[in-house]
Ligand binder design. Sequence first.
Ligand code: MN
Length: 501
Amino acid sequence: MIDLKDYEFWFITGSQHLYGEEILNMVKEHSEKITKGIADAVSIPVKFVNMPVLTNAGSIINLCNEANKSKKCAGLIFWMHTFSPARMWISGLKLLKKPILHLHTQFNQEIPWENIDMEYMNLNQSAHGGREFGHIVSRMGINRKVLVGYWQEQNLLNKLIIWLRASCAYQDSHGLKIARFGDNMRDVAVTEGDKVEAQIRFGYSVNGYGLGDLVKYTDQITDNEINSLLLQYEEEYQLSPELQKNGERRSSLIEAAKIELGLKHFLEEGGFKGFTTTFENLHGLSQLPGLAVQRLMEAGYGFGAEGDWKTAALVRAMKVMSSGLNGGTSFMEDYTYHLKGKNKMVLGAHMLEVCPSIAAQKPSLEIHPLSIGGKADPVRLVFNAKTGKALNASIVDMGNRFRMIVNEVDVVEPPLELKKLPVARAVWIPKPDLPTAASAWILAGGAHHTGFSQALDSEYLEDFADMLGIEYLLINDKTTLEEFKKELRWNDVFYYLRKQT
Ligand code: MN
């Protein structure tokens, strides 16, 4: 359900008419070569479109209008091969609503020291042409990513890919629909927020539905559909004996399959790409959807438990960014601490809903009591997360702005086998260490729910936050509480002042 082939990136080269046709033809040729070179070098299935060299305000306005109109265009890459007086960019940039990357590169990597003449100098003017362009974009207060270096360098291309992926998530977020079954968990603060402001800022809409709406779909599921889904379960998971064919609790698995199919049909029919549930509002459903949520998340849906629509949208965005990459992405919750020794750890999990894309081994399909919510025992997948680098991201509503907080972590093996814990889980050591990370997270007002990813590093989230124009706070191995507290105070001033303008 996520196909990055649907997205286009437009490569825009700026110049001016003073250079004459011969130079402009060369600029065009170089621009086409760079576009093709990038398209061939990056391992991402998006499409690159080389646009005609822009030399006046009228053509820039037209192009920016076209970019806004295009559903496929997910972002624009700007390159100033020559000097392009920036006043001609003002009107177009003012209209532009798509993410921008300023590629500050040069067609030739090396200066031909022995042969360089004024002709060469006049063609290869990125060094000052890019500064003129940068000036106007900064003066207009437009967020963008600036990449400096030779366009064939792997390091630069890696950073470009991160931005491309974040831009796809930005495009996906605009028009995204989130379905909420039930409200927020009663009295919880952090999962609440301003849905109207979120729609303005992120472009997604959040609407509530009664469980009765969903039950209508689960009631229509045929035996054939259920049987073929049960076969999939048997192929993909290790079923506990009671859930196997003729097992004592097989009927609970059939019920779980029915919920999965009903939920899937509901989401597909309504064009939803994210959803939330709440164990407090499940009238009409026999068991809390566990397996269904886990599998739909794996298919690419965003999810937030207890009505957490902000995290559902964030998980969806992280799924889009990481589509096709190694490592999974899941809804997550900081559940329990291990506070002994130097490597203090977090055990992350949820009552049920952790995505099997992060599993280290074939998940086991089990049934256990929920111990909260007073419903029938739900079926769920149980596994440990893969070890290695990962991150947690949270978006909270601070009242006058949305804030994203990201913490880089190392996922480790649980020190001992968790024989009695009947849920999927990840054990991690936060960076720089648990006391600093959790203090910073708490001071920043970060949520207990997060989007957890083994596929993304923090730069993806930083690019995404910049495009959205939301606050971004990173907790990693460079974080100290002294500096972090200052950043919080300074940001408060910044956002207070920004509101006044
Ligand atoms: Mn929760």
